[in-house]
Ligand binder design. Structure first.
Ligand code: FCB
Length: 459
């Protein structure tokens, strides 16, 4: 059927097609085989924090069903799988005593992936800090960065004979903003003084982890995943443009600059003043440890106006008229092209440029999917979303941006943080009553994309 669907936009040879997940969102088995509690276990138990009172206790039961999940990936022809390691499965207290069963679980998963020619991309931190470390201040405590290094060493030592692609952190911005400013994610803190310390310590821990992984696995390719958002002013007015620039500083450059240039953006530091903790020069060079790639998660753009009534930074969000929206965000495919070309222009130019390659480590859309009478799940909206974004990724590559791979969020429907199970992002439908998996139309469509190593433009 693909042949009737118009021109094929071919991707470069060797382009990597994958899917992404995260431990807390799919694994379940929250108290099995020696896993310690994470801050998400605690947060989910606080009334009113998660829609419907949902928790990740069972999630998609991947901890038990991983052989089936790997089989599905193999059937779809996936070439790579980005998953995260649950820190409290490895170190139930966050540091010190190791839980061998935790390491064994990921070791078996890696073996199964490799047996199917699926390349593992391992994320070390996708938001599930051991609760024991939160009890000592969590990421606001500088020591947590050292414990992260200890954990990185352990995992790299155990998996590094087979895993060569590593991602230290997933979206540190969300940990800072949702976890420590707005309090809508674990650990549920709302304190700017804490939030910006957390930002610095997360970045410091990234630097330590890069060192730890290189040390254990010299042949590694190491990156960090940032959620990057194109930010557009709501009008031409100077005030709106400046508000957009402030948000760009606080969300995009705040992480890109230290990681790739070894310094925080000056305009942001001026804005934050005493809210930002003092930093040491050796910390900054550590944070800027050379990277092999940058992971970019892209979902939407932001349209911003100056809002004098908005606390802290006078930034207001505008919902553009006439746009299409998913259950969570505006759908804006050109934004993925814009952000890719922008980071490449700003960080990838020149002989000593710090940025060498990029991956789209997440892109996807929530759709209220339902099986039909025959048990099939038709999700044309997701197919359209993914196709429209891939067309834009292709355009960026054609203009010279070295995007090496693309990961759909997500393989399975899963626990979508504060939204609980209402948001379904999977290429594979999960019936949470029976844990039955059903490949959606989008999953079959993606299998074709992979097979053709390209995407067909809509006619
Ligand atoms: C990203 C997260 C991922 C998932 C998607 C929808 O911010 O990294 O875990 O929740 O959003």
């Amino acid at each position: 059927m693909s042949h009737s669907r118009g021109e094929l936009l071919a991707f470069p040879e060797g382009f990597v097609w994958g899917v992404a997940t995260a431990a807390y969102q799919i694994e379940g088995a929250h108290d099995e085989d020696g896993r310690g509690p994470s801050i998400w276990d605690t947060f989910c138990r606080q009334p009113g924090k998660i829609e419907n009172g949902d928790t990740g206790d069972v999630a998609a039961d991947h901890y038990h069903r991983w052989p089936e999940d790997v089989r599905i990936m193999a059937e779809l022809g996936l070439q790579a799988y980005r998953f995260s390691i649950s820190w409290p499965r490895i170190l139930p207290e966050g540091k010190g005593k190791v839980n061998p069963a935790g390491l064994d679980f990921y070791s078996r998963l890696v073996d199964a992936l490799l047996a199917h020619d699926i390349q593992p991309f391992v994320t070390l931190y996708h938001w599930d800090l051991p609760q024991a470390l939160q009890d000592q201040g969590g990421w606001a405590n500088r020591d947590t960065a050292r414990y992260f290094a200890e954990y990185a060493h352990l995992v790299a030592r155990r998996l590094g004979d087979r895993v060569t692609r590593w991602i230290t952190h997933n979206e540190p911005l969300v940990v800072v903003a949702a976890g420590h400013l707005q309090g809508i994610h674990a650990p549920g803190i709302r304190d700017p003084m804490v939030a910006f310390r957390v930002a610095h310590h997360l970045l410091l821990s990234h630097g330590y982890a890069v060192e730890a992984i290189r040390d254990e696995v010299p042949a590694s390719q190491i990156g960090i995943t940032l959620n990057l958002t194109p930010i557009h002013p709501a009008s031409e007015s100077e005030a709106d443009q400046q508000a957009a620039r402030r948000l760009d500083g606080l969300t995009n450059r705040m992480f890109l600059d230290p990681v790739l240039k070894g310094r925080y953006p000056e305009d942001v530091m001026d804005m934050l003043g005493p809210l930002f903790p003092p930093t040491e020069p050796d910390e900054m060079s550590r944070i800027a440890a050379p990277l092999d790639f940058l992971g970019v998660n892209y979902y939407t753009r932001a349209v911003i106006r100056h809002d004098p009534n908005s606390p802290l930074f006078q930034i207001g969000w505008v919902q553009p008229q006439g746009s299409e929206y998913s259950e969570m965000w505006e759908i804006y495919p050109p934004g993925i092209y814009e952000i890719l070309t922008r980071v490449w222009t700003d960080y990838g130019q020149g002989p000593d440029a710090p940025l060498r390659a990029l991956y789209i480590t997440e892109n996807g859309i929530p759709v209220p999917d339902m099986p039909d009478a025959e048990g099939k799940v038709h999700d044309p909206r997701r197919i359209r979303y993914l196709r429209d974004h891939l067309v834009q990724v292709h355009r960026a590559i054609a203009e010279g941006v070295p995007v090496r791979g693309y990961f759909v969020w997500s393989l399975l429907d899963n626990f979508e943080w504060a939204y609980g199970y209402r948001m379904r992002f999977g290429l594979v439908y999960v019936d949470y009553q029976t844990q039955t998996r059903t490949v959606k139309d989008s999953g079959r469509w993606y299998a074709e994309v992979i097979q053709e190593n390209g995407v067909r433009r809509e006619e």
